[in-house]
Design a protein around this ligand. Structure first.
Ligand SMILES: [Zn+2]
Ligand SMILES: [Zn+2]
Length: 134
């Protein structure tokens, strides 16, 4: 299965020759700002299965203190991918085209969610990071 995604303006496009893994939504205050939303919606990819198709030159990055960062389209501002130590680590689900055949599997850092958000039930919620696996 091939998964594709692109930014809001369509200049930056990617494809994934494989599956997405461990889709999660993080409700911490940092993710709210990074994803301009009530939470992140993010899934892990295998770096070797991920390819930029176009617009890679338009990407700009913000790398945080632990080596984890996010990549954006410098033209439209869409947040496309997470990077860790220079490799693509995951993608934002909002930029995926169509159905990537995965559902959000957990809500994390629910303990610091925004006061204005009510999270729908039915998906496991954790106050912080889940105690086992990632
Ligand atoms: Zn764009
Ligand atoms: Zn977070």
């Amino acid at each position: 299965m091939k998964i594709t995604g692109e930014c809001f303006c369509g200049e930056v496009k990617y494809s994934i020759d494989g599956k997405l893994h461990d889709a999660r939504s993080c409700h911490c205050s940092r993710c709210r700002k990074a994803f301009n939303s009530q939470a992140s919606a993010y899934a892990i990819v295998e770096p070797k299965e991920f390819n930029w198709v176009s617009g890679e030159n338009l990407l700009t990055s913000y790398i945080g203190q632990h080596g984890f960062g996010l990549q954006f389209c410098s033209k439209c501002g869409s947040t496309l991918s997470g990077v860790y130590k220079g490799l693509v680590h995951g993608i934002t689900l909002g930029c995926v085209n169509g159905d990537p055949d995965i559902k959000l599997g957990k809500h994390i850092y629910v303990g610091s969610k925004a006061s204005w958000e009510d999270i729908a039930e039915g998906v496991p919620q954790y106050d912080g990071f889940p105690p086992t696996n990632s």
